[in-house]
Design a protein around this ligand. Sequence first.
Ligand code: MG
Length: 455
Amino acid sequence: MQAKLFGSSGVRGVVNKDLTPILAVKVGLALGTFANAGKIFVARDARTSGLMLENALVSGLLSCGAKVFCLGVLPTPVLAYLTSRLGADAGVMITASHNPPQYNGIKIFDGDGTAYDEERQNKVEQIIEQENFLLADWQNLGGAFPLNESRLYIEMIHENVRLRKSWHVVVDAGCGATGQVAPAIFKSLECKNVAINAQFDGFFPGRSPEPNAESLKSLSKIVGEMGADVGVAYDGDGDRAAFLDENGVFVDFDRVLAAYAAHVLKKGKNRIMVTNVEASMCVERMVEPYGGKVVRTKVGDVYVAEAVKKFDAVFGGEPCGAWIHPEFHYCPDGILSSALLLKALEDEGKNLSEFVAEVPAYPVLRENVPCNNEVKYAVVERAGESLKAHFPRYTQISTVDGVRLAIEEGWVLVRASGTEPLLRLTVEGESLKAAESIMEKAAAVVKEVVEGFRR
Ligand code: MG
């Protein structure tokens, strides 16, 4: 049996190797069949392969008789928002998010703006496998039309996020899809904003499409030199945001997530927030004093969105910077997150370094271990058994995603990447010494199991 096409974030792979125009046509045909043609929105991020894949995908949709609206280069959350706002039957985003430039992907959204869950992805995949496409007669082929309505999204944020102060913000779009919309939003919020890497460029010459402390060094320097209040950076398609404080210091993803969650829970209509199994235990430490309850899901925004809906949570977020604000929509939204974070700082009367200062900093270590896609899930299962044997004093085990072992001084999580041939190891400790010792032992165990599968 061939490997599954759809991972946790839709179809994802290296262009013209894993993800070819031929596959994109098939996804178009399958979606046109599954969604019964209908009205379908298509957008793409700034990658060099975007238009090639879009044309192929649209061709498949037209063959099924769909009415396709092409929205051009847009952030993923804008595509998701407009899909729901303007009543499309589905939205398709051509993006590989934060992956390197040679990657691309296809992510499908339902008419309510939530990403297709596993069940619906499997149905589309099944149609592709069986080539069970419902093609239209020549008289009933679909039509494709350009559509530019991103102003609706800008207006939505402008109307709902009112700032009292004119914040000085430096925005780093990383040459990704947020280059136009994000600066326009800060302008509409009357912020003094400077944008860098705001041109679309699929070679990502400014920095990696993945925002982290390493890739945001230029932004850090600019925030410091300009004396700005905050630096904001997005991933390639704008569903994630990363923040730098007023000193240009990169703000730890877990800590800002925990601080924002606590802020929302204080005034929320209920007390539930959702995060994934990878997030720091500082999230519980911050929200529990306000009567908050943390629901933990598998890693992947689809699962977080599902749980946010199911538990009617006030907030959902992953420590990669993907935050879901259910009062607006169910797609993680980096641009909206950055506007709401400024609002939270205003409400609390704090600057960003003060806002996160009260969150305990537990050292988190992450390590990737290369592992073939074909065996990665089996490796995780066996690694779980081996870890139990090597940490006999573990206090809790969870298999909601991979294997998460809680031990006295912290926890370790081993899971297979949804999009790459990797195992991801995450360790958190009460102290750096504890974290390092857990990681050293756990990484050795996992590598040994991977080796065992190679032999
Ligand atoms: Mg993304």
